[in-house]
Structure formats: C-alpha cells, structure tokens
Design a protein around this ligand. Sequence first.
Ligand code: SF4
Length: 72
Amino acid sequence: MESKEYHNGEITIVWKAHKCIHSGVCVKTLPQVYNPEERPWIKPENAASADIIKQVSNCPSGALSIKQDNDQ
Ligand code: SF4
C-alpha cells in the first residue's frame, strides 16, 4: 500500500492514502501544513515539530504517523 513521506529536517510525516478517511481534521488544525489544493499537500516545514506531533495524534484514521528524521 502506498505511503508518502514529508520531511522538515527534524521529523517526517508519513501519510497512508488508503487509510485516510478525508475527515479534514488535519487541514482544520494546521491549515498552513495541510492543504489538499496544493502539491505537495503536506508541508511540514510550515509548523513547529511539536505542533505537528500533537496534530498527528489526533488523526482519527491512523493515516498519519511520525518518524524522527534522526532515527535510522
Ligand atoms: S486527519 Fe487523518 S484521516 Fe483526516 S484527512 Fe487528515 S490524514 Fe486523512
């Protein structure tokens, strides 16, 4: 299954398209990061990593997850 990754140098947002239920919670919470009208639709450089981590935990479907960029 397809998953896409978006990096900001500290963390990576992983988005699994097949799990996303398009609830829009992410877009409402951090519109500067999530904009389905643009490509890439996730721009993690536009918010603090701590705010992104908090928001990802509120994704109702589990489509979003976080990887630390320095975890190898
Ligand atoms: S909050 Fe999660 S399920 Fe809802 S649109 Fe964003 S990624 Fe998809």
